[in-house]
Write a protein that binds this ligand. Structure first.
Ligand code: FAD
Length: 432
Protein backbone atom coordinates (compact mmCIF):
# COMPACT_ATOMS: atom_id res chain seq x y z
CA UNK A 1 0.00 0.00 0.00
CA UNK A 2 1.21 3.52 -0.69
CA UNK A 3 2.38 5.63 2.24
CA UNK A 4 0.28 8.63 3.31
CA UNK A 5 2.32 11.76 4.08
CA UNK A 6 1.01 14.02 6.83
CA UNK A 7 2.39 17.52 7.35
CA UNK A 8 2.08 18.73 10.95
CA UNK A 9 2.02 16.67 14.14
CA UNK A 10 -0.51 18.81 15.99
CA UNK A 11 -3.99 17.82 17.08
CA UNK A 12 -5.31 17.13 13.58
CA UNK A 13 -2.11 15.58 12.24
CA UNK A 14 -1.81 13.09 15.13
CA UNK A 15 -5.46 12.04 14.84
CA UNK A 16 -5.16 11.69 11.05
CA UNK A 17 -1.95 9.64 11.39
CA UNK A 18 -3.58 7.34 13.94
CA UNK A 19 -6.66 6.76 11.80
CA UNK A 20 -4.59 6.07 8.69
CA UNK A 21 -2.24 3.67 10.48
CA UNK A 22 -5.14 1.94 12.28
CA UNK A 23 -6.44 0.98 8.85
CA UNK A 24 -3.16 -0.72 7.96
CA UNK A 25 -1.80 2.08 5.79
CA UNK A 26 1.76 3.34 6.45
CA UNK A 27 2.24 6.99 7.43
CA UNK A 28 5.14 9.42 7.24
CA UNK A 29 4.38 12.30 9.61
CA UNK A 30 6.43 15.48 9.31
CA UNK A 31 6.63 17.81 12.32
CA UNK A 32 8.91 20.83 12.29
CA UNK A 33 9.35 20.97 16.09
CA UNK A 34 11.87 21.03 17.70
CA UNK A 35 13.85 22.18 14.65
CA UNK A 36 11.50 25.11 14.32
CA UNK A 37 8.73 26.45 16.57
CA UNK A 38 5.72 28.57 15.66
CA UNK A 39 5.36 31.72 17.82
CA UNK A 40 2.85 29.88 20.05
CA UNK A 41 4.34 26.38 20.36
CA UNK A 42 6.95 25.58 22.99
CA UNK A 43 6.82 21.86 23.86
CA UNK A 44 9.00 19.56 21.76
CA UNK A 45 6.31 16.85 21.64
CA UNK A 46 3.42 16.28 19.26
CA UNK A 47 -0.18 17.38 19.87
CA UNK A 48 0.57 20.50 21.85
CA UNK A 49 -2.32 22.50 23.33
CA UNK A 50 -1.00 26.00 22.75
CA UNK A 51 -3.22 27.90 25.17
CA UNK A 52 -5.95 26.68 27.52
CA UNK A 53 -5.73 23.10 28.83
CA UNK A 54 -9.51 22.72 28.55
CA UNK A 55 -11.28 20.73 25.85
CA UNK A 56 -14.51 22.47 26.94
CA UNK A 57 -17.79 20.99 28.20
CA UNK A 58 -18.18 17.25 28.49
CA UNK A 59 -21.96 17.01 28.73
CA UNK A 60 -24.17 16.23 25.75
CA UNK A 61 -25.96 19.53 26.47
CA UNK A 62 -23.07 21.10 24.54
CA UNK A 63 -22.37 20.15 20.95
CA UNK A 64 -18.67 19.96 21.83
CA UNK A 65 -19.60 17.30 24.42
CA UNK A 66 -21.33 15.30 21.70
CA UNK A 67 -18.35 15.78 19.39
CA UNK A 68 -16.08 14.33 22.07
CA UNK A 69 -18.41 11.40 22.71
CA UNK A 70 -18.52 10.59 18.98
CA UNK A 71 -14.74 10.71 18.75
CA UNK A 72 -14.49 8.43 21.80
CA UNK A 73 -16.81 5.91 20.17
CA UNK A 74 -14.77 6.00 16.97
CA UNK A 75 -11.47 5.16 18.64
CA UNK A 76 -9.95 8.64 18.50
CA UNK A 77 -6.40 8.86 19.83
CA UNK A 78 -7.02 12.50 20.83
CA UNK A 79 -9.83 11.38 23.15
CA UNK A 80 -7.83 8.42 24.46
CA UNK A 81 -4.99 10.82 25.37
CA UNK A 82 -7.44 13.23 26.98
CA UNK A 83 -9.02 10.53 29.16
CA UNK A 84 -5.61 9.24 30.17
CA UNK A 85 -4.29 12.67 31.22
CA UNK A 86 -7.39 14.48 32.49
CA UNK A 87 -7.41 16.77 35.50
CA UNK A 88 -10.45 17.81 37.61
CA UNK A 89 -12.36 20.63 35.86
CA UNK A 90 -16.03 20.46 36.90
CA UNK A 91 -18.25 19.91 33.88
CA UNK A 92 -15.39 20.42 31.43
CA UNK A 93 -12.78 17.98 30.22
CA UNK A 94 -9.36 19.43 30.93
CA UNK A 95 -5.99 17.76 30.67
CA UNK A 96 -2.43 18.08 31.87
CA UNK A 97 -0.92 19.69 28.80
CA UNK A 98 2.52 18.10 29.11
CA UNK A 99 1.23 14.60 29.89
CA UNK A 100 -1.26 14.93 27.04
CA UNK A 101 1.45 15.77 24.53
CA UNK A 102 3.75 13.06 25.94
CA UNK A 103 0.96 10.48 25.65
CA UNK A 104 0.23 11.34 22.03
CA UNK A 105 3.91 11.44 21.14
CA UNK A 106 4.57 8.02 22.64
CA UNK A 107 1.58 6.45 20.91
CA UNK A 108 2.37 7.95 17.52
CA UNK A 109 6.12 7.27 17.66
CA UNK A 110 5.46 3.75 18.93
CA UNK A 111 3.10 2.74 16.13
CA UNK A 112 4.86 0.34 13.78
CA UNK A 113 3.24 1.88 10.70
CA UNK A 114 4.06 5.52 11.57
CA UNK A 115 7.42 7.11 10.86
CA UNK A 116 7.86 10.56 12.45
CA UNK A 117 10.26 12.93 10.71
CA UNK A 118 11.24 16.09 12.57
CA UNK A 119 11.61 18.45 9.66
CA UNK A 120 9.95 21.56 8.27
CA UNK A 121 8.17 20.89 4.99
CA UNK A 122 8.62 23.78 2.60
CA UNK A 123 7.24 22.10 -0.52
CA UNK A 124 4.17 19.93 -0.81
CA UNK A 125 5.37 16.48 -1.93
CA UNK A 126 4.78 16.02 -5.65
CA UNK A 127 3.53 12.46 -5.37
CA UNK A 128 1.34 10.30 -3.18
CA UNK A 129 -1.50 11.11 -0.82
CA UNK A 130 -0.74 14.11 1.38
CA UNK A 131 -2.67 15.47 4.38
CA UNK A 132 -1.83 19.10 5.19
CA UNK A 133 -2.42 19.64 8.92
CA UNK A 134 0.03 22.44 9.64
CA UNK A 135 -2.36 24.47 11.76
CA UNK A 136 -3.22 28.13 12.35
CA UNK A 137 0.46 29.07 12.48
CA UNK A 138 1.65 27.15 9.42
CA UNK A 139 5.27 28.07 8.66
CA UNK A 140 5.60 30.78 6.05
CA UNK A 141 7.37 28.69 3.39
CA UNK A 142 4.60 26.10 3.48
CA UNK A 143 1.93 28.80 3.56
CA UNK A 144 3.38 30.16 0.34
CA UNK A 145 3.05 26.71 -1.23
CA UNK A 146 -0.54 26.41 -0.02
CA UNK A 147 -1.14 29.87 -1.44
CA UNK A 148 -0.15 28.53 -4.85
CA UNK A 149 -2.91 25.92 -4.56
CA UNK A 150 -5.48 28.15 -2.92
CA UNK A 151 -4.88 31.47 -4.68
CA UNK A 152 -6.98 34.19 -3.09
CA UNK A 153 -8.65 31.62 -0.87
CA UNK A 154 -5.93 31.46 1.80
CA UNK A 155 -6.15 33.83 4.79
CA UNK A 156 -3.77 34.78 7.59
CA UNK A 157 -6.18 36.42 10.03
CA UNK A 158 -9.71 35.61 10.99
CA UNK A 159 -12.35 38.20 11.86
CA UNK A 160 -15.09 36.33 13.64
CA UNK A 161 -18.39 38.05 14.38
CA UNK A 162 -20.81 36.61 16.94
CA UNK A 163 -23.64 34.34 15.83
CA UNK A 164 -27.00 34.03 17.55
CA UNK A 165 -29.73 31.41 17.17
CA UNK A 166 -32.70 32.49 15.06
CA UNK A 167 -35.13 31.37 17.75
CA UNK A 168 -33.59 33.68 20.35
CA UNK A 169 -34.16 36.86 18.29
CA UNK A 170 -37.10 39.10 19.24
CA UNK A 171 -39.01 39.59 15.97
CA UNK A 172 -41.20 42.25 17.55
CA UNK A 173 -38.13 44.48 17.37
CA UNK A 174 -35.96 43.14 14.54
CA UNK A 175 -37.34 43.81 11.06
CA UNK A 176 -36.57 42.26 7.68
CA UNK A 177 -35.11 44.50 4.98
CA UNK A 178 -32.13 44.85 2.66
CA UNK A 179 -30.60 48.27 2.12
CA UNK A 180 -32.77 50.19 -0.39
CA UNK A 181 -34.76 46.97 -0.85
CA UNK A 182 -31.95 45.42 -2.86
CA UNK A 183 -31.51 41.65 -3.06
CA UNK A 184 -34.70 39.81 -2.23
CA UNK A 185 -35.74 42.80 -0.15
CA UNK A 186 -35.69 40.94 3.09
CA UNK A 187 -32.33 39.22 3.13
CA UNK A 188 -31.25 40.81 6.41
CA UNK A 189 -32.75 41.11 9.85
CA UNK A 190 -32.22 44.59 11.28
CA UNK A 191 -32.11 45.60 14.91
CA UNK A 192 -32.99 49.31 15.16
CA UNK A 193 -31.53 51.73 17.73
CA UNK A 194 -32.62 55.22 18.68
CA UNK A 195 -30.08 57.94 19.46
CA UNK A 196 -29.91 57.28 23.18
CA UNK A 197 -29.55 53.53 22.75
CA UNK A 198 -26.80 54.12 20.20
CA UNK A 199 -24.86 56.47 22.45
CA UNK A 200 -25.10 54.10 25.41
CA UNK A 201 -24.00 51.24 23.23
CA UNK A 202 -20.94 53.12 21.94
CA UNK A 203 -20.00 54.12 25.50
CA UNK A 204 -20.19 50.49 26.65
CA UNK A 205 -18.07 49.34 23.71
CA UNK A 206 -15.41 51.92 24.57
CA UNK A 207 -15.27 50.92 28.23
CA UNK A 208 -15.45 47.18 27.68
CA UNK A 209 -12.75 44.74 28.65
CA UNK A 210 -10.72 43.40 25.74
CA UNK A 211 -8.58 40.33 25.17
CA UNK A 212 -4.96 41.36 24.76
CA UNK A 213 -3.47 40.14 21.49
CA UNK A 214 -0.43 37.83 21.60
CA UNK A 215 2.87 39.45 20.73
CA UNK A 216 2.85 37.93 17.23
CA UNK A 217 -0.65 39.20 16.58
CA UNK A 218 -0.10 42.90 17.07
CA UNK A 219 0.19 43.45 13.39
CA UNK A 220 -2.77 44.50 11.39
CA UNK A 221 -6.30 45.67 11.24
CA UNK A 222 -7.26 45.26 7.63
CA UNK A 223 -9.68 47.81 6.28
CA UNK A 224 -13.11 46.24 6.27
CA UNK A 225 -12.45 43.94 9.19
CA UNK A 226 -11.49 46.20 12.06
CA UNK A 227 -12.77 45.23 15.51
CA UNK A 228 -16.05 46.94 16.30
CA UNK A 229 -14.65 48.52 19.49
CA UNK A 230 -11.66 49.89 17.55
CA UNK A 231 -14.04 51.49 15.07
CA UNK A 232 -16.09 52.95 17.93
CA UNK A 233 -12.93 54.55 19.32
CA UNK A 234 -12.39 56.53 16.12
CA UNK A 235 -15.32 58.84 16.85
CA UNK A 236 -18.90 58.84 18.14
CA UNK A 237 -20.40 58.66 14.66
CA UNK A 238 -17.96 56.20 13.07
CA UNK A 239 -20.17 53.15 13.63
CA UNK A 240 -23.19 54.99 12.21
CA UNK A 241 -21.23 55.52 9.04
CA UNK A 242 -19.87 51.97 9.12
CA UNK A 243 -21.50 48.68 10.08
CA UNK A 244 -24.36 50.38 11.95
CA UNK A 245 -25.34 52.58 9.01
CA UNK A 246 -29.13 52.97 8.89
CA UNK A 247 -29.32 54.50 5.40
CA UNK A 248 -31.85 52.78 3.16
CA UNK A 249 -33.25 50.62 5.95
CA UNK A 250 -36.77 51.74 6.69
CA UNK A 251 -38.43 50.13 9.68
CA UNK A 252 -41.81 49.15 8.20
CA UNK A 253 -43.57 49.52 11.53
CA UNK A 254 -42.78 53.22 11.84
CA UNK A 255 -41.99 54.10 8.22
CA UNK A 256 -38.62 55.78 8.94
CA UNK A 257 -34.96 54.90 9.12
CA UNK A 258 -33.77 54.25 12.68
CA UNK A 259 -30.86 56.25 14.13
CA UNK A 260 -28.60 53.20 13.80
CA UNK A 261 -29.00 49.57 12.84
CA UNK A 262 -27.30 46.25 13.56
CA UNK A 263 -27.73 43.95 10.59
CA UNK A 264 -28.05 40.20 11.06
CA UNK A 265 -27.16 37.99 8.12
CA UNK A 266 -28.44 34.44 7.75
CA UNK A 267 -25.54 32.11 8.53
CA UNK A 268 -26.75 28.73 7.29
CA UNK A 269 -29.23 27.36 4.75
CA UNK A 270 -31.63 26.28 7.45
CA UNK A 271 -31.76 29.89 8.74
CA UNK A 272 -31.28 28.69 12.29
CA UNK A 273 -28.36 31.06 12.94
CA UNK A 274 -27.71 34.76 12.29
CA UNK A 275 -24.39 36.61 12.18
CA UNK A 276 -23.94 40.17 13.53
CA UNK A 277 -22.57 41.77 10.37
CA UNK A 278 -19.30 43.64 10.89
CA UNK A 279 -19.16 42.85 14.60
CA UNK A 280 -15.78 41.09 14.68
CA UNK A 281 -14.36 41.93 18.07
CA UNK A 282 -11.68 41.42 20.67
CA UNK A 283 -13.97 42.01 23.62
CA UNK A 284 -13.90 39.31 26.28
CA UNK A 285 -16.72 36.76 26.07
CA UNK A 286 -18.65 37.97 29.13
CA UNK A 287 -18.45 41.54 27.82
CA UNK A 288 -19.73 40.49 24.40
CA UNK A 289 -22.73 38.77 25.94
CA UNK A 290 -23.49 41.74 28.18
CA UNK A 291 -23.08 44.46 25.57
CA UNK A 292 -24.56 42.71 22.54
CA UNK A 293 -27.66 41.87 24.59
CA UNK A 294 -28.21 45.64 24.82
CA UNK A 295 -29.11 45.53 21.11
CA UNK A 296 -32.89 45.82 20.64
CA UNK A 297 -34.11 42.39 19.55
CA UNK A 298 -31.13 40.57 21.06
CA UNK A 299 -31.99 40.99 24.76
CA UNK A 300 -32.35 37.22 25.11
CA UNK A 301 -29.87 36.27 22.43
CA UNK A 302 -28.38 32.80 22.63
CA UNK A 303 -24.86 32.99 21.24
CA UNK A 304 -23.66 29.92 19.37
CA UNK A 305 -20.36 31.61 18.57
CA UNK A 306 -18.76 34.67 20.10
CA UNK A 307 -16.55 37.07 18.21
CA UNK A 308 -12.77 36.92 18.04
CA UNK A 309 -9.86 38.02 15.90
CA UNK A 310 -6.66 36.04 15.67
CA UNK A 311 -3.68 35.29 13.57
CA UNK A 312 -5.02 32.18 11.85
CA UNK A 313 -3.97 30.47 8.64
CA UNK A 314 -7.03 28.96 6.98
CA UNK A 315 -8.43 28.26 3.55
CA UNK A 316 -11.84 28.96 2.10
CA UNK A 317 -13.17 25.46 2.59
CA UNK A 318 -16.55 26.08 0.89
CA UNK A 319 -14.66 26.88 -2.30
CA UNK A 320 -11.80 24.42 -2.06
CA UNK A 321 -12.73 21.34 -0.05
CA UNK A 322 -15.10 18.39 -0.15
CA UNK A 323 -16.68 17.38 3.19
CA UNK A 324 -14.25 14.42 3.12
CA UNK A 325 -11.43 17.02 3.59
CA UNK A 326 -10.16 16.30 0.07
CA UNK A 327 -9.11 19.18 -2.16
CA UNK A 328 -11.53 19.55 -5.07
CA UNK A 329 -8.81 20.62 -7.52
CA UNK A 330 -6.33 17.84 -6.65
CA UNK A 331 -7.74 14.62 -5.17
CA UNK A 332 -4.27 13.60 -3.97
CA UNK A 333 -4.35 16.31 -1.32
CA UNK A 334 -6.33 16.52 1.91
CA UNK A 335 -6.48 19.31 4.50
CA UNK A 336 -7.11 18.76 8.20
CA UNK A 337 -7.47 20.81 11.36
CA UNK A 338 -7.73 24.52 11.97
CA UNK A 339 -6.42 25.26 8.49
CA UNK A 340 -9.74 23.98 7.06
CA UNK A 341 -11.66 26.66 8.94
CA UNK A 342 -12.76 24.68 11.95
CA UNK A 343 -12.12 26.44 15.24
CA UNK A 344 -10.94 24.74 18.42
CA UNK A 345 -8.93 21.84 19.76
CA UNK A 346 -11.66 19.18 19.56
CA UNK A 347 -12.87 20.46 16.20
CA UNK A 348 -9.32 20.20 14.84
CA UNK A 349 -9.05 16.61 16.06
CA UNK A 350 -12.45 15.85 14.49
CA UNK A 351 -11.27 17.22 11.17
CA UNK A 352 -8.09 15.13 11.50
CA UNK A 353 -10.29 12.09 12.04
CA UNK A 354 -12.27 12.72 8.82
CA UNK A 355 -9.13 13.42 6.79
CA UNK A 356 -7.33 10.38 8.21
CA UNK A 357 -10.20 7.97 7.53
CA UNK A 358 -10.50 9.24 3.97
CA UNK A 359 -6.78 9.38 3.19
CA UNK A 360 -6.61 5.72 4.28
CA UNK A 361 -9.66 4.78 2.25
CA UNK A 362 -8.20 6.46 -0.80
CA UNK A 363 -4.92 4.58 -0.32
CA UNK A 364 -6.89 1.34 -0.07
CA UNK A 365 -9.01 2.12 -3.13
CA UNK A 366 -12.20 2.38 -1.08
CA UNK A 367 -14.93 5.02 -1.48
CA UNK A 368 -14.62 8.07 0.75
CA UNK A 369 -17.11 8.68 3.56
CA UNK A 370 -18.16 11.24 6.16
CA UNK A 371 -20.38 10.65 9.22
CA UNK A 372 -23.93 11.93 8.49
CA UNK A 373 -24.88 15.58 9.06
CA UNK A 374 -26.91 14.56 12.14
CA UNK A 375 -23.64 13.77 13.94
CA UNK A 376 -21.41 16.51 15.34
CA UNK A 377 -18.47 15.37 13.20
CA UNK A 378 -20.65 15.39 10.10
CA UNK A 379 -22.44 18.67 10.91
CA UNK A 380 -19.09 20.43 11.21
CA UNK A 381 -17.64 18.86 8.05
CA UNK A 382 -20.77 19.74 6.09
CA UNK A 383 -20.91 23.27 7.46
CA UNK A 384 -17.37 24.30 6.61
CA UNK A 385 -17.69 23.01 3.07
CA UNK A 386 -21.21 24.35 2.44
CA UNK A 387 -21.15 27.71 4.22
CA UNK A 388 -21.46 30.83 2.12
CA UNK A 389 -18.00 31.20 0.56
CA UNK A 390 -18.05 34.99 0.36
CA UNK A 391 -18.29 35.44 4.12
CA UNK A 392 -16.52 32.31 5.27
CA UNK A 393 -14.95 32.48 8.74
CA UNK A 394 -13.82 29.71 11.10
CA UNK A 395 -16.52 27.85 13.01
CA UNK A 396 -16.67 25.94 16.25
CA UNK A 397 -19.11 23.06 16.68
CA UNK A 398 -22.57 24.06 17.98
CA UNK A 399 -26.11 22.73 17.80
CA UNK A 400 -27.10 25.48 15.34
CA UNK A 401 -25.16 23.56 12.66
CA UNK A 402 -27.36 20.47 12.95
CA UNK A 403 -30.33 19.75 10.66
CA UNK A 404 -33.57 20.77 12.43
CA UNK A 405 -35.50 18.12 14.33
CA UNK A 406 -38.80 17.22 12.70
CA UNK A 407 -41.92 18.75 14.24
CA UNK A 408 -42.15 21.06 17.21
CA UNK A 409 -39.81 20.31 20.07
CA UNK A 410 -39.68 21.91 23.51
CA UNK A 411 -36.58 24.07 23.83
CA UNK A 412 -35.53 22.26 26.99
CA UNK A 413 -35.55 18.90 25.25
CA UNK A 414 -33.93 19.98 22.00
CA UNK A 415 -30.27 19.44 22.81
CA UNK A 416 -30.87 16.03 24.35
CA UNK A 417 -32.82 14.93 21.27
CA UNK A 418 -30.17 16.27 18.89
CA UNK A 419 -27.49 14.40 20.83
CA UNK A 420 -29.52 11.18 20.86
CA UNK A 421 -30.22 11.43 17.13
CA UNK A 422 -26.52 12.14 16.51
CA UNK A 423 -25.31 9.11 18.44
CA UNK A 424 -27.85 6.86 16.71
CA UNK A 425 -26.74 8.15 13.31
CA UNK A 426 -23.13 7.57 14.30
CA UNK A 427 -23.79 3.96 15.31
CA UNK A 428 -25.52 3.29 11.99
CA UNK A 429 -22.66 4.91 10.07
CA UNK A 430 -20.11 2.81 11.98
CA UNK A 431 -21.68 -0.45 10.75
CA UNK A 432 -19.52 -2.02 8.05
P1 FAD B 1 -1.61 22.60 15.50
O1 FAD B 1 -2.02 21.87 16.70
O2 FAD B 1 -1.02 23.94 15.61
O3 FAD B 1 -0.59 21.65 14.74
C1 FAD B 1 0.11 22.04 13.60
C2 FAD B 1 1.50 21.44 13.67
O4 FAD B 1 2.14 21.63 12.42
C3 FAD B 1 2.37 22.12 14.71
O5 FAD B 1 2.90 21.16 15.56
C4 FAD B 1 3.43 22.84 13.88
O6 FAD B 1 4.69 22.86 14.53
C5 FAD B 1 3.47 22.00 12.62
N1 FAD B 1 3.92 22.70 11.40
C6 FAD B 1 3.56 23.93 10.96
N2 FAD B 1 4.15 24.19 9.77
C7 FAD B 1 4.88 23.09 9.46
C8 FAD B 1 5.73 22.74 8.36
N3 FAD B 1 5.94 23.58 7.35
N4 FAD B 1 6.35 21.52 8.37
C9 FAD B 1 6.18 20.65 9.40
N5 FAD B 1 5.38 20.94 10.46
C10 FAD B 1 4.75 22.14 10.48
N6 FAD B 1 -8.41 26.25 20.54
C11 FAD B 1 -9.08 25.88 21.66
O7 FAD B 1 -9.99 25.06 21.58
N7 FAD B 1 -8.78 26.42 22.86
C12 FAD B 1 -7.77 27.31 23.02
O8 FAD B 1 -7.51 27.76 24.12
C13 FAD B 1 -7.04 27.72 21.85
N8 FAD B 1 -6.03 28.61 21.95
C14 FAD B 1 -5.31 28.95 20.87
C15 FAD B 1 -4.24 29.86 21.01
C16 FAD B 1 -3.46 30.22 19.93
C17 FAD B 1 -2.32 31.18 20.11
C18 FAD B 1 -3.76 29.67 18.65
C19 FAD B 1 -2.93 30.03 17.46
C20 FAD B 1 -4.83 28.79 18.50
C21 FAD B 1 -5.62 28.42 19.59
N9 FAD B 1 -6.70 27.54 19.47
C22 FAD B 1 -7.39 27.14 20.60
C23 FAD B 1 -7.16 27.10 18.15
C24 FAD B 1 -6.84 25.66 17.70
O9 FAD B 1 -7.72 24.80 18.34
C25 FAD B 1 -5.44 25.18 17.98
O10 FAD B 1 -4.58 26.00 17.29
C26 FAD B 1 -5.22 23.70 17.54
O11 FAD B 1 -3.98 23.29 18.01
C27 FAD B 1 -5.27 23.51 16.05
O12 FAD B 1 -4.95 22.17 15.71
P2 FAD B 1 -4.16 21.84 14.37
O13 FAD B 1 -3.80 20.40 14.42
O14 FAD B 1 -4.91 22.32 13.21
O15 FAD B 1 -2.82 22.72 14.45
Amino acid sequence: TQTVTIIGGGLAGCEAAWQVASRGVPVRLYEMKPVRFSPAHELPGLGELVCSNSLRGDSLENAVGLLKEELRRLGSLFMEAAEATKVPAGGALAVDRELFSAYLTEKIEGHPLIEVVREEITEIPAEGIVVIASGPLTSSALAEEIGRLAGNYLYFYDAIAPIVTAESIDYEKAFRASRYGKGDGDDYLNCPMDQEQYQNFVTELLNAEKVEPKSFEKVVHFEGCMPIEEMASRGPETLRFGPMKPVGLVDPRVGVEPHAVIQLRQENREASMYNLVGFQTKLTWPEQKRIFRMIPGLENAEFVRLGSMHRNTFINAPTLLEPTCRLKSDPRLFFAGQITGVEGYVESASSGFVAGVNAARQALGEPLTVPPAETAIGALAVHITNAEAAHFQPMNVNYGLFPALPGRVKKKEKRGLLAQRGLEALETWKQP
